[in-house]
Design a protein around this ligand. Structure first.
Ligand SMILES: Cc1cc2nc3c(=O)[nH]c(=O)nc-3n(C[C@H](O)[C@H](O)[C@H](O)COP(=O)(O)OP(=O)(O)OC[C@H]3O[C@@H](n4cnc5c(N)ncnc54)[C@H](O)[C@@H]3O)c2cc1C
Length: 495
């Protein structure tokens, strides 16, 4: 962890050390600017921290993100080159799985052929849907991560993606399937959007993450997500940048004098910090920005691997626990209506399967979160454990410790999670573009030199660094006259 004193003046200040804040800071520092990052928490990394929760000696948990298809594929991280910096990304042979009652499961192997073989009567339909997208996964990443202001580069793949989105994001979503396994498998991925199912946004999430599951895969960093953050901080510091922790920014006056300020925060937090400086039109837009349904975190310490009823589920990096498409649609509708689902959507991962170093003294971390109504104060530990037990009888016998954070408390460790919304803004279709305003420059705030760079801006949530990169690029051009992006590649002596 870096702890430095705030200096009186610098070229650029970044507020918040999540992956987007650090991506912005790295770009600015590499452009030769002096950069200071101010982080409210005592630990660096926002939604990509790996912490000791004090549950068992040596056991660490990813308190937010754990699985990183977007970090593996995004233009920022491809240029930054995590592997060359010693961050080992392990790709499970099974990207994700969807257990169903009766010991059945949908299994998304990295290998498309294996996936197709396992889906029985729906195998050919899965190939027709996912095959072309997986073959063109860089173009799919481009569609998922473009700034919503320019056109994606591969228009043919973009058109194919849009057509599939129209099918899977509407009531047409059942037309291609004969059985219930394949649609459940796909909609488990759609549920990452934490919204009603089906919707266009959720379908977009399912198709982009679904394509990446087959090519290149959904990796987990050895040691946890913090490895990604540590590499970013090392690069920032190597280029003269500093990170000040335990420094919540509540007023603009507390920040040092700088020519650019980039906020890795929600629009709501930025409006509070800027106070009267924020022009009325932006204040109205920021007030109208909608926050979404929430997540509650449940972390376990287990005495062994999960005894999934379907053994192949035990090879998956990510497990989606929600049952059939109908069940997931019902559960997500309940959450959207402000009610707790009896059998909610859960996302889970056992990182030690791919990273034996995570096992300490025979114990292992098990990561999960579930969808709940915004602002929920309910401790969902028992509900989550029961839902896992449903697909893995005997799970409860392995539980050594359990740690829950209700949605209403998620903002205590990251102010961006308003009422537990881990996407920093609802994932509705219009808000993909109106994130947080419809203006040509969505990172601008109406105050000269002040930019938003968090997941509340395009392209949205996940660990990809693109909001930070895009905002920094605009700041470099407008505030410093620097028109070309610096190289992000590791320097020869960076190790
Ligand atoms: C439970 C959970 C599971 C997730 N799983 C995944 C996953 O597996 N894969 C994936 O790609 N994504 C996942 N995500 C989403 C991902 O973590 C976020 O989308 C991503 O971290 C957003 O990055 P960011 O830099 O925009 O913001 P954040 O990572 O949220 O960082 C914002 C930072 O700003 C700081 N901050 C806020 N306000 C202030 C202030 N006023 N002053 C100073 N500092 C401030 C916060 O403390 C925080 O450190 C998950 C999130 C959660 C919560």
């Amino acid at each position: 962890m870096s702890r430095v004193q705030a200096s009186e003046q610098c070229d650029a200040v970044v507020v918040g050390s999540g992956p987007n804040g650090l991506a912005a800071a790295v770009v600015l520092a590499r452009a030769g600017l002096s950069v200071q990052v101010h982080e409210a928490q005592r630990t660096i990394g926002g939604g990509a921290r790996t912490l000791d929760l004090g549950l068992a000696p040596g056991i660490v948990h990813d308190i937010c993100s754990a699985v990183h298809p977007m970090a593996a594929a995004s233009p920022f991280f491809r240029a930054f080159d995590l592997a060359a910096r010693g961050v080992q990304l392990n790709y499970p042979d099974v990207s994700y799985a969807q257990p169903l009652d009766g010991g059945r499961a949908g299994i998304a192997y990295r290998d498309l052929d294996d996936t197709v073989d396992g889906l029985g009567p729906d195998g050919p339909a899965w190939r027709r849907l996912m095959g072309p997208l997986a073959r063109h996964s860089p173009a799919v990443v481009d569609v998922a991560l473009f700034d919503r202001r320019s056109l994606p580069t591969d228009l043919l793949t973009a058109a194919q993606f849009a057509l599939s989105m129209l099918e899977q994001g509407t009531r047409l979503n059942g037309i291609r399937w004969k059985d219930e396994v394949a649609p459940a498998l796909l909609m488990g991925v759609a549920a990452h959007s934490i919204c009603r199912l089906p919707t266009l946004t959720a379908a977009g999430t399912a198709l982009s993450l679904g394509a990446l599951a087959h090519s290149p895969g959904w990796p987990l960093p050895v040691g946890g997500s913090q490895a990604v953050i540590d590499a970013m901080v090392a690069d920032l510091e190597a280029h003269g940048g500093t990170v000040l922790t335990g420094a919540e920014v509540t007023s603009f006056d507390q920040l040092p004098k700088a020519r650019a300020y980039l906020f890795d925060t929600t629009p709501r937090a930025l409006a509070r910090v800027l106070g009267d400086r924020l022009p009325a039109a932006y204040r109205r837009a920021f007030d109208r920005f909608r926050y979404g349904n929430a997540a509650a975190k449940v972390d376990f310490v287990l005495s062994g691997p999960v005894p999934w009823a379907h053994p192949e589920v035990g090879r998956a990096g990510t497990v989606h626990l929600g049952g059939t498409l109908a069940e997931m649609s019902y559960a997500e509708a309940e959450v959207a209506a402000g009610r707790h689902a009896e059998r909610p959507m859960i996302l889970a991962s056992d990182p030690a399967l791919f990273d034996p170093g995570r096992v300490v003294g025979g114990l292992r971390p098990f990561w999960s979160y579930t969808h709940v109504p915004a602002g929920s104060t309910v401790d969902v530990g028992d509900t989550v454990q029961a839902q896992i037990e449903r697909f893995a009888p005997g799970f409860g016998d392995l539980v050594v410790e359990r740690h829950t954070i209700p949605a209403a408390k998620m903002a205590d460790h990251n102010a961006n999670y308003v009422d537990g919304d881990i996407a920093a803004g609802a994932m509705s279709f219009w808000q993909l573009f109106k994130r947080p305003t419809l203006r040509w420059n969505p990172y601008a705030t109406g105050v000269d030199g002040v930019y938003l760079c968090s997941g509340s801006t395009p392209p949205g949530p996940a660990v990809h660094g693109m909001c930070g990169l895009n905002a920094a690029q605009r700041a470099l051009r407008a505030r410093f006259g620097i028109r070309s992006l610096p190289s992000l590649a590791p320097s020869v002596d960076s190790d």
